[in-house]
Design a protein around this ligand. Structure first.
Ligand code: PFF
Length: 506
């Protein structure tokens, strides 16, 4: 079995791999994005499209990404190159828009969490957290073109976030990423359990929880609710990022990959459901103590963590600072374990193709990542964040997922992957899975994409000028797309691409 002599880094254990995959999946998106979407899209009724999206898209696609990485034995670029010479760019593109798009602003949001962890000690936000966040902390300008100056406290924490990520990645797969997640994931679970338990025991908690769980079935007829559910499943499971492919490639031959995908997906979504209880309990507490209807205490997604939570922390009383520190610490831990996953996936891709040493690559990527993130620490940073996030999530991820299904489903023998997965896993995939990948997913994703596109051209997103949307959003997608071809046409400096897949060897 030559696959075992590839010299590829490996996880020490399956548990380590699953924890790392969960570490990538569970992130900022699970804590506030999920709760806010659930609330906005019909409370308990959102759980129906969410679970349908998990079963019809999330789990089959995660199995596919694990299958691609494990069977082809490669990071996304290597795996797609081994699927077909002309598809290598499809491995680079997601890595490029995630590493030089998502994670640039994502690391800035983690930096905000680090700052707010310190602000929690003396409740620095005072009586008006809204004013504090937007005016003092971000010093928000009036449009994306007014970049203004860098906010120093954000820059300092941002530096720490990148330094920690670098420190983990340079240590390698098992001693770095695996070890970090072995510490981070249990810590995150513990913090979340403490916070949820604490929150549900606050006065008024039940008001929030019943809003969270009360289904509003009329919302199910609204296509936007379904689109939000599918979009959230992509983001939350880190699908279409190129990460899960690299992580799976580090697993030795006999590994239950299908089972691992199911465990990862269920653990991630279970975590979201659990933290939703905490978030809604806090909202209920605020609504009762301030005597305001629940709708008035919920703000937009960013406002939830950085405006509503600080308000609640102040209302908790003496133990408020402790609650604040734990909450922002949990967000930081969740965020860092996701951020390192994309740096690792990129390192893996570049190592596979160019044979460059991991330490050098990790250093280069973290320096570039830090430098690239700086734009989001400026006074116009929040607008940039909003635009880049909108375009990459709605077009980058969905398009990458769609192309992945089409290329592997129609331009490659998908059965090689299915049979390989069945050989190494306990859970057996029937032929139905091929049809989910070949037909159902491409159909769903095309509908979602077209729906978004129609909306995109009818109203300017977020009320921004068309020039900003084209100059920042579309360009970001376009440039990363072009660069993926530049990477793909470079000659291979290693001969990794000549090796066969595991399914073909036997
Ligand atoms: N799955 C992560 C979340 O839900 O927050 C998203 C993520 C962002 C993963 C950035 C990886 C990453 F580099």
């Amino acid at each position: 079995m030559s696959s075992e002599s590839t010299g590829r880094s490996t996880w020490k254990s399956r548990t380590g791999f699953i924890l790392a995959a969960i570490g990538s999946a569970v992130g900022l998106g699970n804590i506030w994005r999920f709760s806010y979407l659930a609330y906005e899209n019909g409370g308990g009724a959102f759980l129906i499209p969410y679970i349908v999206a998990l079963l019809t898209a999330g789990i089959p696609l995660l199995i596919l990404e694990f299958g691609i990485g494990h069977e082809r034995i490669g990071s996304a670029p290597l795996a797609f190159r081994k699927i077909g010479r002309r598809w290598e760019w499809l491995g680079w593109w997601p890595l490029l828009f995630t590493m030089f798009g998502i994670v640039l602003y994502y690391s800035v949001v983690i930096a905000w969490c680090v700052d707010f962890m310190f602000y929690s000690f003396n409740l620095s936000w005072g009586d008006d957290p809204d004013k504090f966040f937007f005016e003092s902390f971000l010093n928000l300008s009036s449009s994306p073109t007014e970049i203004g100056v860098i906010q120093t406290p954000i820059l300092i924490s941002l530096f720490i976030v990148w330094l920690v990520s670098w420190g983990i990645i340079v240590r390698g797969v098992s001693r770095g990423v695996e070890l970090a997640n072995r510490v981070f994931m249990p810590l995150l679970l513990l913090l979340t359990l403490v916070l949820v338990f604490w929150s549900v025991n606050l006065e008024g908690a039940m008001v929030g929880i019943s809003a969270y769980l009360k289904p509003d079935f009329t919302k199910l007829g609204d296509p936007d609710v379904w689109i939000s559910a599918y979009g959230q499943i992509f983001f939350t499971l880190s699908l279409g990022f190129g990460i899960m492919i690299a992580y799976a490639s580090y697993m030795p031959y006999n590994s239950n990959m299908t089972g691992s995908a199911v465990i990862t997906a269920l653990a991630n979504c279970g975590f979201s459901l659990l933290s939703g209880f905490g978030v809604f309990a806090i909202l209920g507490f605020m609504s009762v103590t301030q005597n305001k209807p629940l709708e008035e205490v919920v703000t937009q997604s960013i406002g939830l963590a950085f405006v509503a939570y600080p308000k609640a922390i102040s209302l908790i009383g003496n133990a408020g600072p402790l609650f604040g520190v734990l909450f922002f610490l949990s967000l930081t831990v969740a965020g860092v374990s996701s951020a390192i996953s994309i740096v690792e996936a990129f390192v893996s891709g570049a190592e596979d193709k160019f044979g460059i040493n991991r330490k050098k690559l990790a250093t280069l990527l973290c320096v570039l990542g830090f430098a690239g993130s700086i734009i989001f620490t400026t006074n116009g940073g929040l607008f940039w964040l909003d635009i880049v996030d909108h375009f990459i999530n709605n077009y980058g991820l969905v398009m990458a997922g769609l192309l992945e299904c089409i290329v592997v489903g129609w331009f490659f023998r998908l059965d090689i992957i299915r049979k390989h997965l069945n050989k190494v896993s306990k859970m057996q995939l029937g032929v139905w899975w091929n049809w989910v990948i070949k037909l159902c997913l491409p159909l769903f994703l095309t509908v979602i994409l077209l729906n978004q596109l129609v909306r995109e051209f009818s109203v300017a997103y977020g009320g921004y000028s068309w020039a900003s949307l084209i100059g920042i959003g579309w360009s970001w997608i376009g440039i990363t797309f072009l660069v993926s071809f530049i990477f793909a046409v470079q000659p291979w400096k290693t001969d990794n691409h000549l090796a066969k897949g595991r399914g073909e060897e036997l």
